[in-house]
Each structure stands twice: as structure tokens, then as C-alpha cells.
Ligand binder design. Structure first.
Ligand code: SF4
Length: 225
């Protein structure tokens, strides 16, 4: 069964699709526990007691098809959607695609499935930097996404302190050729909107020729969810 925490329409608040009217399907559950996670209610059922309801795909479509009809873009978020049962998640994506939806995924890039990737229109990989305190990035999984999602992928990094800056620099150096050759967007956001760390990182955009974007979180600015 899929575990669904909440379904709602809003504006995409993050990344290159910022501002786009979107239906968000927030799944319950995550394999990480980032210290600054802002959706802990979708991650930790014991602490928050609202992990979500179990749904078959049929039940989900019965309940939420009309809501999903209101926007072209659908964003699977969480938690991390990739902890959901693979076949049911794939079935849901396929059915929404058949409705003409543009299905997108937000994931921390620690779990991967080739068929799911192929079905999606857009993938946001958000590997965690040291400030999240969940260990190092999973480069094998990142490589898998890069191999499958050749032209429909962005990276999103949340930065908080100097260690994040150093790790991000290491990442962009290690992947420089592929990031440059494919012009892969790298979106950088600050935890709690801390502008100082963004200013320190500006050279990553101005000195490297990479497709870097420093973006705010629109939904926070507009006080929307
Ligand atoms: S991966 Fe995302 S949802 Fe999971 S704990 Fe980290 S910030 Fe929260």
C-alpha cells in the first residue's frame, strides 16, 4: 500500500519549476532523518502521529483524481517517495501520465529504480550535505540517476554552513564534466533563508560556467504550503 500523508495544490516553491501550479502528493516515510527537515510530520510517525493513510492505487485515484485534474504538474514529495512500494508507485505514475499529467519527483537520491525514472517527466535530486547529519552522498545512486534521466534532472542543495560549502565544491569538481556538458541545473537554497552562506557560494555560479541558480523558497515567501 502507498502511504499518503497529504495531497494539495499550490505553487511549486523550489527549483527550476518554481511558480508552477502543482498538485503535491506527499508520501509518508523516509529513510533519512535530516536534522533540519521541515516535513518531519511526513517522516516520523512516532513523534508526529500522522504518517498518513494507506492507499491502494485504485483508492488513491478514486479519492484524488479530481484534485489531480486541477493542475498539469504533479509533484511526488515526502518524506522520500522512493521508499514507497515500487510497483504501486510505478502504477500511480503511469496512470497519472495517462491523464496527461507532468509527473515530477523530489528525492534525496539514496534510492533508485530505473523504470520509475523512465516514467517521470522531471526529477529533482537533493543529496544531503553535512549539515543534514545523515552521512555522505550516495554517489552510486546519483550515477544511476544521471545515466537514466539524461535531460530531465536538476540537483537541489540545501546549504547551512562552511562544511556544506566545501562538500558542494567537491561535488561540483568531481562531476564538473557531466554537469557542464549537459548543462544540468544546480539549485542552491539556504536553510532558513540564510543569505550569508548564499553570498559566500556565489562564486560557484560566477566562476565555474556551471548552470547554478540561487533561488528562494517561494511558498515560504508567500506563506503558502
Ligand atoms: S530526506 Fe527530505 S524528507 Fe527525508 S528527512 Fe531529509 S529533508 Fe526530511
Amino acid at each position: 500500500m502507498l502511504v499518503v500523508n497529504e495531497v494539495f495544490t499550490s505553487l511549486q516553491g523550489e527549483g527550476l519549476l518554481i511558480g508552477q501550479p502543482t498538485t503535491f502528493i506527499r508520501f509518508g516515510g523516509c529513510n533519512l532523518r535530516c536534522v533540519w527537515c521541515d516535513t518531519k510530520y511526513a517522516v516520523d510517525p512516532v513523534a508526529y502521529g500522522k504518517l498518513g493513510e494507506p492507499f491502494t492505487v485504485d483508492l488513491f485515484m478514486d479519492r484524488y483524481k479530481d484534485l489531480c485534474s486541477k493542475t498539469t504538474a504533479i509533484c511526488f514529495t515526502g518524506g522520500d517517495p522512493m521508499v514507497q512500494p515500487r510497483n504501486e508507485f510505478l502504477d500511480l505514475i503511469t496512470r497519472l501520465n495517462a491523464m496527461g499529467k507532468v509527473t515530477t519527483l523530489e528525492t534525496a537520491a539514496t534510492l533508485y529504480d530505473e523504470d520509475i525514472c523512465k516514467e517521470l517527466a522531471w526529477v529533482t535530486l537533493s543529496p544531503k550535505l553535512p549539515s543534514a547529519e545523515v552521512g555522505s552522498m550516495n554517489y552510486d545512486v546519483i550515477n544511476d540517476y544521471l545515466a537514466t534521466c539524461t535531460d530531465k534532472l536538476q540537483f537541489k542543495f540545501v546549504v547551512q554552513h562552511d562544511e556544506d560549502e566545501q562538500e558542494l565544491m567537491k561535488f561540483t569538481e568531481g562531476y564538473y564534466d557531466i554537469l557542464k556538458k549537459r548543462n544540468i541545473p544546480i539549485v542552491i537554497q539556504a536553510v532558513d533563508g540564510d543569505m550569508d552562506i548564499l553570498k559566500k557560494l556565489a562564486s560557484l555560479g560566477t566562476n565555474t560556467n556551471l548552470n547554478v541558480r540561487f533561488l528562494p523558497r517561494l511558498h515560504s515567501l508567500l506563506n503558502m504550503r
